[in-house]
Design a binder for this molecule. Sequence first.
Ligand SMILES: Nc1ncnc2c1ncn2[C@@H]1O[C@H](COP(=O)(O)OP(=O)(O)OP(=O)(O)O)[C@@H](O)[C@H]1O
Ligand SMILES: [Mg+2]
Length: 267
Amino acid sequence: MVYDSATAVETDTIIRTENTSIYYGDFKAVSGVNLDIYRNKVTAFIGPSGCGKSTVLRCFNRTNDLIPGCRVEGRVTFHGEDLYSKDIDPVQVRRRIGMVFQKPNPFPKSVYDNIAYGARINRYPGNMDELVERSLRRASLWDDVKDKLQASGLSLSGGQQQRLCIARAIAVEPEVVLMDEPCSALDPISTLKIEELMNDLKQLYTIIIVTHNMQQATRVADYTAFYNAQEAKGGKMGYLVEVLPTDELFNNPKEQSTKDYVTGRFG
Ligand SMILES: Nc1ncnc2c1ncn2[C@@H]1O[C@H](COP(=O)(O)OP(=O)(O)OP(=O)(O)O)[C@@H](O)[C@H]1O
Ligand SMILES: [Mg+2]
């Protein structure tokens, strides 16, 4: 347990990285990240393009494993357990730590089947209709789709498709939802809906969001982590500059480079 100066309550760490570096082949893309992610909070990752935000995010649910040559050094723990230990099944990790991508990617199946898909694979023992409705309600999509559950997920608008992907991610009851620029392909109204949704979802889940939109970070995130990159052998190497309660990171950061970035004087 740690003391959370943002809300003056005790919160617990759900994911922790200890001196974590991530390589693509010989290229060290991210170096020495030490970071705690707190349960039922929204943490935003910000920083210039190529500084490793997506790379760090992917290492939390082992989707980096699917990239040939990608390697993680140091420790990444989930509830104190080493996520990269040989005893851990990456498929189970991805069930407990779900992911939503930049571009909405519903399956070419009905709205209903998009949600039921993961539950069927996991042999969900409960009532499937109830699970589908609950997941769609949690993703603020039920009212939009309740009369077209058999329509293709691909027939929905972009913003609805992204909420469908969020509903699909939460249908398997994960503990953490990773979101990599989930609003960057969406119009402002759909973006606002997803931001509101994040506020509701954090009661139930821990959320980590990568965003290029700093206003978005200030609107949704309890904590914000600023990453930067520096010249190194083989290309730019990313590193975590600092992570602070969002308000503090934007208004009173410890590091000059953070101040330059958040005030637009960067680079
Ligand atoms: N699949 C991959 N294979 C090889 N190198 C990669 C791969 N994915 C990312 N990289 C490299 O790792 C570094 C970090 O990339 P990453 O995509 O994590 O950055 P990012 O901060 O998410 O950038 P952006 O804001 O543009 O999405 C970059 O130098 C990138 O070229
Ligand atoms: Mg990225």
